[in-house]
Design a protein around this ligand. Structure first.
Ligand code: C2O
Ligand code: CU
Length: 691
């Protein structure tokens, strides 16, 4: 609904200046009419275009008010800034300029003789033309604002823009008044000839283009990232309404490098992951020039047990720009978080790095490189990490891990040449004995949300982002929208007949049957599963009624702009891209509330490292089902979520959109604990490009 309004609004916003511009050109031409006959014709034409222009304005007003009615938050910038820049002038046009033109058209007569000086002066009346020109200018500004919405508070922007417009209008008015007067007195220079007008218009256009070009180049240069910078240099520090600390200065400041997992002791599991280039073959025969862990992509599935001490030795064989490993969804100590430039330096070819952490929470997780992650994850540097609960019995459940991925076309940033479950990009057939309990662990390693449908059995969503749900009820035919980076565990008892899991309707299929044969059935995707009223409530350590020490807001938006010297459609957090995005500051022990609102036209799977967040409400409705814990939440256009977390894991943590292409153009920020600092840096002159 909101997205529909959004696109109508954008289109009208672009059309408005065009229509108003035509009206301004015609109206401006009135005093130059050679004869009364011509004047009358131009006046009627102007009036006609103005009627159309006003109608367009009305439609824009309607879309803005409509959006406002559905959700005030989403139309705020348009209502408070976008309308004031053109609507008053349009109204003045309606009540003043249009009647003037009407009278002029009626009074002009049909004479083909040269025009009377008094009529010519009337045609040049400031009240006739200036409001039209000012509306035109206003609609140009409004169109720009539609693409680059200002952030609140709006009053400053509105006052500044309106003040500038009023000054311009006054100057224009005085100038035009003098011209009308001199026309009446016959002292005016005759209207210039067409050639002169053309030259004039061209020079104005050239000046405008040069000014725009200058602004363009300047903004582009200004957006370049520093060659090296520390996260701690963040200038947009947000204490969330709680007491401010010294940030990372003063005594007692500790480095992220001290916040390690257990450095000694024999690990329960020791894995070695070697990052290297290798060719990966999908089931259809398609080959991928992949970047792999141990020659495979997805990398090996790591299985551990809750409470185990896990040691992972990362070796970089030949990934030129370096690699790292982030344990997505696992609340590891900060130094083990694997973010290049924040918790470590990227591991260069020939180097190694050892991660050690205790797997505290059971669940479905995944790991991936967090160096140039938008490129490296796509090319294959990821895998599943399964933490089984303490009392887990190996034989009781048939566990199937499904890592869904879209494989890139070489180094091209967008699009994929194949989507797969693991390396199967067609049908993955497996034999499962009827009566067996099945647990599908679904992981979306893509950037975009994935639509999944499970046919042939009722099922439960047993876990979201690794955390089990309380009393999940049976679902039948519901489809699942899984966030980029998110996980769902589905459980069911294998029936006598086929069970099929399909992706996006036309993607790969997982087919379970008694003998491992069978044809893919028709699967129609039902309504989308909504976690907010699923399962039963249960005790949580805090809830919507808790007292929060800090409250933060993340407003996700779109804007045309520049990132690191490149023009782009930017995805912003509170109107900014990295490094101007806010740094949320907390103290250990704080109870923190985060409100996320998506004003943009795209899904954003928001991911906070190192913490689990409890969803309190979705679009204003409190969560009534099972406690819903997440680490990656898909926030669709127009959605609003309230989340809460306990600041119990000191460090400097990334908080970013897991559409990694969005993160790579600045949709990223950090959560930092007061008194923690990092020695690592990001930038072109460092080994680290986390996104
Ligand atoms: Cu899955 Cu910051 O990452
Ligand atoms: Cu995004």
């Amino acid at each position: 609904m909101l997205t529909g309004f959004y696109w109508i609004d954008i289109s009208i916003a672009v059309l408005l200046p065009i229509v108003w511009g035509i009206a301004a050109l015609l109206g401006g031409h009135l005093p130059a009419a050679r004869t009364a006959h011509r004047l009358r014709f131009t006046a009627w034409a102007t009036l006609l275009v103005l009627v159309v222009a006003q109608l367009f304005g009305l439609v824009r007003l309607g879309t803005i008010l409509g959006t406002w009615a559905i959700d005030p938050d989403f139309a705020e910038d348009r209502l408070f800034v976008g309308l004031p820049v053109f609507l008053p002038a349009a109204l003045i046009t309606l009540v003043w300029s249009m009647p003037l033109i009407w009278r002029l058209a009626r009074a002009a007569g049909a004479s083909r003789a040269s025009l009377d000086a008094s009529i010519r002066s009337e045609a040049a009346a400031p009240g006739l033309i200036v409001p039209i020109q000012m509306t035109t200018l206003g609609t140009v500004i409004a169109a720009w604002l539609a693409f680059s919405p200002p952030s609140p508070p709006y009053l400053d922007t509105t006052v500044t823009l309106v003040a500038v417009l009023v000054v311009l209008a006054t100057v224009r008015w005085v100038w035009q008044g003098r011209r009308a007067l001199s026309l009446r007195e016959g002292t005016a220079r005759p209207s210039p000839r067409l050639a002169v007008r053309l030259i004039r218009a061209t020079s104005i256009a050239v000046v405008l283009v040069l000014a725009f070009g200058g602004w363009f180049v300047w903004s582009m240069e200004a957006s370049r990232l520093p060659d090296r910078m520390s996260m701690m240099a963040a200038h947009n520090v947000d204490w969330g309404g709680g007491p401010a600390g010294a940030h990372n200065h003063g005594p007692g400041v500790i480095s992220v490098t001290e916040l390690t997992g257990p450095r000694t002791g024999e690990p329960d599991h020791r894995f070695t992951l070697t990052a290297k280039q290798a060719t990966v073959e999908l089931s259809s025969g398609t080959t991928i020039a992949a970047w792999t862990f141990n020659g495979r992509a997805p990398g090996p599935e790591l299985r551990v047990r809750q409470g185990d001490l896990v040691e992972v030795i990362l070796i970089n064989e030949d990934i030129e720009d370096g690699v790292s490993i982030h344990w997505h969804g696992v609340d590891v100590p900060n130094a083990e978080d694997g973010v290049a430039g924040v918790t470590q330096d990227a591991v260069q070819p020939g180097q190694t790095h050892t991660y050690r952490f205790v797997a505290e929470d059971a669940g479905t997780y995944w790991y991936h490189s967090h160096q140039q992650s938008s490129k490296q994850v796509k090319k294959g540097l990821f895998g599943a990490l399964i933490v089984r609960p303490k009392g887990y019995e190996e034989s009781a459940v048939e566990e199937i891990t499904v890592v869904a991925h879209g494989w890139p076309d070489g180094d091209r940033q967008f699009g994929s040449i194949a989507t797969s479950f693991g390396t199967v990009d067609s049908v993955d057939r497996r034999a499962v004995v009827p009566g067996t309990k099945v647990r599908l662990r679904l992981i979306n390693s893509d950037s975009t949300p994935m639509q999944l449908a499970l046919a042939g059995t009722t099922f439960q969503v047993a876990a979201i982002d690794g955390t089990d749900l309380n009393h999940p009820s049976d679902l039948d035919g519901e489809s699942l929208k899984l966030a980029g980076g998110g996980r769902y565990d589905l459980t069911f008892t294998m029936p006598e007949t086929l069970v099929a899991l399909s992706r996006d309707g036309d993607g790969p299929t997982l087919l379970l049957s008694r003998d491992g044969n069978g044809d893919v059935p028709d699967i129609d995707a039902g309504p989308t599963f909504n976690p907010s009223d699923y399962g039963s409530p249960a005790e949580t350590p805090f809830d919507a009624g808790s007292e929060f020490d800090r409250a933060f807001e993340m407003r996700l938006g779109n804007r045309i702009g520049f990132y690191d010297g490149q023009p782009n459609l930017l995805f912003t957090i509170n109107g900014e891209v990295f490094p101007d995005t806010p740094m949320f500051m907390v103290r250990e022990g704080d109870l923190v509330k985060v409100t996320i609102v998506n004003h943009s036209s795209m899904d954003h799977p928001m991911h906070l490292h190192g913490h689990h967040l409890l969803v309190l409400s979705r679009n204003g409705d409190e969560v009534t089902g099972s406690p819903w814990w997440i680490d990656t939440l898909n926030v669709a256009p127009g959605e609003r979520y309230e989340l809460a977390f306990h600041a119990d894991n000191p460090g400097v943590w990334m908080d970013h959109c897991h559409n990694l292409d969005h993160a790579a153009i600045g949709m990223t920020m950090h959560l930092a604990y007061d008194g923690v600092t990092t020695p690592f840096e990001v930038g072109h002159d460092t080994p680290n490009q986390p996104e």
